[in-house]
Ligand binder design. Structure first.
Ligand code: ITT
Length: 198
């Protein structure tokens, strides 16, 4: 097995990405497995920059191949917000619930539907090579919470052509269609094609 450290403190992401790599020769090692989940300052302007900042920070500690993702929600009527600030939309140390309530409140003054998309920029870094991929997932934000699965904005995000929120999807269903699934499936393919890992 080839070890790949996943540079995330987000357990929801970790669960999803572990499943995506489950059928490969890659073993996803989490920061929790390693016992330290460092605070990394995400001061990039784009998702791709932030993903690489996380990957490089963890590579510098362990000198092993790393994958990372930076992701978020872009709402059309809010000109793309919360965007790269999705994790801290309602302020430092806020909960997913705080973020969802703030978003619903912000959207009260706009007509429905509130079109939105999740985006995910995934990256691999092994000290030399960088591989980046991207995934998007369209839907709309609703003003009530539904479902118990997933994390983050999933309970208020209804994917296009669905009548359920993403939190009502099972993890298997979400992992077939989500922004993260798209980005990491592409990353997996590129890693297998190029054989540069290690
Ligand atoms: P790491 O940086 O440690 O990976 P994080 O949660 O801070 O974890 P990001 O900076 O990439 O990750 O912010 C992503 C935020 O966007 C996340 O906290 C959610 O609020 C939201 N988000 C991203 N993907 C999501 C998904 O699949 N479902 C729901 N919300 C999502």
């Amino acid at each position: 097995m080839t070890k790949l450290i996943f540079a995330t403190g987000n357990k929801g992401k970790l669960k999803e990405v572990k499943k995506i790599f489950a059928d490969t020769e890659f073993e996803i090692v989490s920061l929790y497995d390693l016992g330290v989940v460092p605070e990394i300052e995400e001061n990039g302007i784009t998702y791709a920059e932030n993903a690489l900042i996380k990957a490089k920070a963890i590579y510098e500690i362990y000198k092993l191949p790393v994958i990372a993702d930076d992701s978020g929600l872009s709402v059309e009527q809010l000109n793309g917000e919360p965007g790269v600030f999705s994790a801290r939309y309602a302020g430092e140390n806020c909960t997913y619930d705080d973020n969802n309530r703030k978003l619903i409140k912000e959207l009260e003054k706009f007509e429905k539907p509130h079109f939105a998309k999740f985006v995910c920029s995934a990256v691999f870094f092994n000290g030399k090579e960088i591989i980046s991929t991207f995934g998007e997932f369209n839907g709309e934000i609703i003003s009530e919470f539904k479902g118990e699965h997933g994390f983050g904005y999933d309970p208020i995000f209804v994917p296009q052509n669905s009548n359920r929120t993403l939190a009502e999807f099972t993890s298997e269903e979400k992992n077939k269609v989500s922004h993260r699934a798209i980005a990491f499936e592409k990353l997996k393919e590129k890693l297998l094609q190029t054989k540069i890992y290690g």
